[in-house]
Design a protein around this ligand. Structure first.
Ligand SMILES: Nc1ncnc2c1ncn2[C@@H]1O[C@H](COP(=O)(O)OP(=O)(O)OP(=O)(O)O)[C@@H](O)[C@H]1O
Length: 253
């Protein structure tokens, strides 16, 4: 098992934000994390990335407790693209992506050709090669998002955690990002709001509501009209797409 969480609890003051969440993602699979606003997706991802400590429960990477793994080692294997990621405004795109290589370097090792190759490949995969020398400040919201994705890819992680990575992207880049993530052999966990994109690209889905897991399974198992109504408060009809065979939701007007 690549990432596993057991009975995670995270509270702020008296409020329980994450309430007994367990999940596991097998190596190489893409897990979609879905749920209404405020259901705890970001909070859960921050726990899984080791940015916050749960008050109860345990997270393991390949069976090893996250608490016992040093920060640098975590940074080497887990990449996290946050929802409102920013960076030092004076950097160029390529410099931001280069930051992804830092966990791999020791204090004495210099920049290598392998680092250059990883940065160039990450820029290309995120569609940012043309803008590699542009200043961060000049980028649009979607280009900033893609630069952070390139930085995460340059990190060559074993686990990639993404918090609504498509929210600033135009439709072409939304689809190409989902296609890219699903084609990688990296284990990924991705918070999304687009239920159709989640069903189309993810191997497994986990649905959250008020800090708890409501259901988990393949898109076919999880996506039901009842779930749309009870969790997402919308009326929809679901059919197997004649084009890609995954569930497709038609929302009612
Ligand atoms: N630092 C904090 N202090 C107080 N409340 C918090 C904090 N972080 C999260 N919360 C609360 O926890 C709940 C879950 O928030 P979270 O951001 O994890 O939800 P989400 O599912 O990612 O939402 P969205 O879809 O809107 O991004 C919300 O009610 C939020 O207000």
């Amino acid at each position: 098992m690549s990432i596993r969480a057991e009975n995670l609890v995270w509270r702020i003051g008296k409020k329980t934000i994450i309430d007994g969440v367990s999940l596991e993602v097998k190596p190489g699979l893409m897990l979609g994390l879905l749920g209404p606003n405020g259901s705890g997706k970001t909070s859960l991802l921050r726990l899984l990335a080791g940015l916050k400590r749960p008050q109860a429960g345990r997270i393991t990477l390949d069976g090893q407790d996250l608490k016992g793994i040093d920060r640098r080692q975590i940074a080497r294997r887990v990449a996290f693209v946050e929802q409102h990621a920013t960076t030092n405004a004076s950097l160029k795109v390529v410099d931001v992506v280069k930051l992804g290589r830092f966990p791999h370097r020791s204090m004495f090792s210099g920049w290598t050709l392998a680092d250059d190759a990883a940065v160039a490949e990450a820029l290309e995969r995120a569609g940012m090669t043309q803008k590699r020398n542009d200043p961060w400040q000049s980028l649009s919201g979607g280009e900033r998002q893609r630069t952070h994705i390139a930085r995460a890819l340059a990190q060559a992680p074993q686990e990639l955690i993404l918090d609504e990575p498509t929210n600033h992207l135009d439709i072409q880049h939304q689809i190409s990002l989902m296609r890219l993530i699903s084609s990688l052999s990296i284990t990924s966990i991705i918070a999304l709001h687009d239920l159709n994109h989640a069903a189309m690209f993810c191997d497994q889905l986990i649905i959250m509501q008020e800090g708890r897991v409501v259901t988990v399974g393949t898109p076919e198992e999880v996506m039901t009209e009842d779930l749309l109504k009870t969790v997402f408060r919308v009326d929809g009809r679901i059919e197997a797409s004649p084009y890609h065979a995954r569930p497709h939701i038609h929302f009612m007007r």
